[in-house]
Design a protein around this ligand. Structure first.
Ligand code: SF4
Length: 306
């Protein structure tokens, strides 16, 4: 057995290093105690969050989820490790059975995922998110999937079978150069736009299936002036567009943009960040004037299912 890295981060739970280098990350297996966790904060309107993985290979510079790393070393290495919840399928099945025993007529609402991306690179080999969808489809929860990965189109065949589904595709900027600065390991902006188009085309919304599509421009990163109009017009493919300031609050620690990595990159974009509030409001004005037939929501309000 390979010697565990990051020793001591979880003294009571066996953690096994299974791969040294998958898309630049160390991969671990671990048994989780629970899969469905009480939803709080900006997604408190849901019953549960569901995170198939712990850690995230995309390693976005501004990611608040890094704060939930098991220890400071792993927090510093955010993006370079992933823990696979190897017993996730069994646990989820039991938890959903337990929910329906107590609430036979009330499907739970589930937000997948709040502190990882369910379609990060490991998912292409692991198929864990897909396996969890296969479990959930039998219980028909209200499901929201939050991702920035075009890999989600792989699962269209299962997603078509959910009756209450919202897919949130995160696209915080319309400029590839900005995306490469803030989230260099994440998929390109055009690939995400193409994916949401394919999803919308392939998953019907009718009397039986209430399916919706959001593009979450969160946190709102700079979009170069020459790209703004073109980007906003492309957002029209969604039912809802959500924006959120990079610094929604300076008093809370778990907001985007609090990490040093992001702070350093921001210095390059003084034309936007020197007066961030004004930049935000101008972008919002453009959304309002250029988008028609699309719901535009801000912050927490945008992350609800309805
Ligand atoms: S994809 Fe989401 S969870 Fe993953 S690093 Fe980026 S912001 Fe964090």
């Amino acid at each position: 057995m390979a010697k565990p890295q990051y020793e001591g981060y979880s003294a009571n739970t066996a953690t096994i290093l299974v791969s040294e280098n998958l898309a630049g990350a160390k991969i671990y297996n671990q048994n989780a105690k629970s899969l469905l966790n009480k939803a709080t904060g900006f997604i408190s309107s849901y019953d549960f969050t569901l995170n198939p993985y712990r850690g995230c290979q995309y390693g976005c510079s501004y990611c608040y989820a890094a704060a939930f790393s098991p220890n400071p070393k792993m927090r510093g290495d955010w993006g370079k490790w992933v823990i696979v919840k190897q017993n996730a399928v069994n646990i989820l099945e039991k938890e959903l059975q337990g929910w329906y025993k107590k609430n036979p007529d009330k499907p739970p609402s589930i937000y997948m995922s709040s502190v990882t991306d369910p379609y990060q690179p490991i998912e292409s080999k692991q198929l864990l998110t897909r396996s969890l969808l296969e479990v959930m489809v039998n219980y028909q929860p209200t499901l929201v999937i939050q991702t920035r990965s075009p890999m989600i189109v792989r699962d269209i065949d299962i997603l078509q079978k959910f009756s209450r589904l919202r897919i949130n595709m995160t696209i915080p900027t319309g400029s590839e150069s900005v995306r490469k600065d803030f989230e260099p390991k994440a998929p390109s902006v055009p690939a995400r736009l193409k994916a949401i188009g394919k999803l919308k085309f392939s998953i019907p919304c009718n009397e039986e299936n209430d399916v919706r599509f959001s593009i979450t421009v969160t946190p709102l990163l700079p979009t170069l002036p020459e790209h703004q109009v073109g980007f906003i017009r492309k957002l029209e493919i969604a039912d809802r567009v959500v924006i959120q300031e990079f610094h929604a609050s300076h008093t809370r620690s778990l907001v985007a943009g609090t990490r040093e990595e992001a702070q350093a990159i921001k210095e390059k974009y003084g034309w936007w960040y020197d007066n961030e509030r004004v930049s935000y409001l101008k972008f919002k004005e453009k959304l309002d004037s250029l988008l028609s037939g699309v719901e535009i929501k801000e912050g927490k309000e945008g992350f609800g299912y309805d």
